[in-house]
Write a protein of this length. Structure first.
Length: 403
């Protein structure tokens, strides 16, 4: 049997594994909502590193704080107390209404910890094979467990067998959830994104969120919410589920929490706060002083600068302008989202727009094949939104006019 062909590395990075379909630009530096490539070309950033750069680039309050921390201490390990962990955890508990926090490095790690915690919750109750409800079109990460919880066969292909123990249901259908779990004593948790990011900016309706919260309380399940992309003020509240007035039992965070510095967190309420004990879970890099300082400063700056209110206001302005310009276009199926997490679903796949937008000096992404995803830094101004639209709208109209 012949060996499989080896796919060559990209010309720009011949020694880096070819795992990304990259836009052919290399970025050099940034300032606010703008970045420049190594050739000096300027771009307006409407992606924020995929909802990571909450404060934009080179924020005048964040940079000195991180420089100070780097000069003090970057890493120690969790053999020792890290006072900044307690400072950040206390703030996250305060704004979430929950109880305690585990720190890690990424959204994948946070979601993996959520799955472990839910399974242990079941085992502690005497359930030998705990089952977790997850959702169609969900995305929770690319480890084997989070990939198994993800609702995307395209990215699961080639990595089987997947981890068992998941029950998949459609969004916003409480009767489907009840039917899928009827007479099943092994269900221990329901796990979902408040707004699906990679799945196409699909939101859970507030009435559905409240119904799931009620069902979980009634059946003694953990309500676990993935706020990795929709959290940290992106929708105008600290966490998107807060628009429904509910509090989960477990919540995963990452992305915007460190405004560019890698950080993940699992926030737990009273029902889940004591499930993990020493030896049950851990991390080498998670909770290191640099990441914790980034989280502390990010939250402080967000409060000082009123960025939650700004995200809500600028999101309304951006989505309103998009609807005004494209809402009646036959090639636009829907404009949806909340705050500065907006999706424009077109009637045909539009991945080509990523490169075209970059050529026009605009950074965007396309998700679920046909959804333009806009995730600008929370510091974006009305004038910058007008500039964003001036660059994006002609590209979309021209694209939709193509046969």
């Amino acid at each position: 049997m012949n060996a499989p062909a080896v796919k060559p590395a990209t010309a720009a990075s011949p020694h880096v594994m070819n795992t990304y379909g990259r836009v052919p630009i290399a970025l050099s530096h940034g300032d606010g909502c703008r970045v420049w490539d190594i050739n000096g070309k300027e771009y307006l950033d409407a992606l924020a590193g995929i909802a990571v750069n909450t404060l934009g680039h080179k924020h005048p309050k964040l940079v000195p704080a991180l420089q100070d921390q780097i000069a003090r201490l970057i890493h120690t390990s969790n053999y020792y107390h890290v006072p900044l962990q307690e400072e950040l955890a206390k703030k996250l508990v305060e704004i979430s209404g929950m109880s305690n926090v585990f720190f890690c490095n990424t959204g994948l790690e946070a979601n993996e910890a959520v799955l472990k915690l839910a399974r242990k919750y079941g085992h502690d109750k005497g359930i030998a094979n705990p089952q977790i409800v997850v959702y169609e079109r969900a995305f929770h990460g690319r480890s084997i467990a989070t990939l198994s919880a993800t609702g995307n066969e395209k990215i699961q292909k080639g990595f089987g067998p997947l981890v068992p123990g998941f029950i998949r249901v459609p969004l916003n259908d409480i009767e489907a959830l009840k039917k899928a779990t009827a007479h099943n004593p092994d269900v221990v948790a329901v796990f979902f994104e408040t707004i699906q990011g990679e799945g196409g900016i699909n939101a859970m309706r507030n009435e559905y969120l409240r119904a799931v919260r009620e069902l979980c309380s009634e059946r003694d399940w953990l309500l676990c919410i993935d706020e990795v992309q929709s959290g940290m003020g992106r929708t105008g509240k600290w966490f998107a589920h807060q628009w429904a007035g509910i509090v989960p039992d477990v919540m995963a965070l990452a992305k915007g929490l460190g405004s560019g510095v890698p950080i993940g967190a699992v926030v737990a309420g009273p029902k889940a706060a004591e499930i993990f004990q020493p030896g049950n879970h851990g991390t080498t890099f998670g909770g290191n002083p640099l990441a914790m300082r980034a989280g502390v400063e990010t939250l402080r700056i967000m409060e000082e600068d009123g960025l939650l209110q700004r995200a809500e206001q600028m999101g309304q302005y951006l989505s309103g302008k998009l609807r005004e310009a494209l809402g009646s276009h036959p090639g636009v199926k829907e404009i949806r989202g909340q705050g500065l997490m907006i999706g424009v679903e077109l009637a045909k796949p539009c991945g080509v727009l990523i490169g075209r937008a970059a050529e026009a000096g605009l950074l965007i992404s396309v998700t679920a094949d046909s959804v333009i995803r806009l995730l600008p830094p929370l510091i974006i101004s009305e004038a910058e939104i007008d500039e964003l639209l001036a660059r994006l709208l002609p590209l979309v109209r021209d694209f939709l006019a193509e046969p």
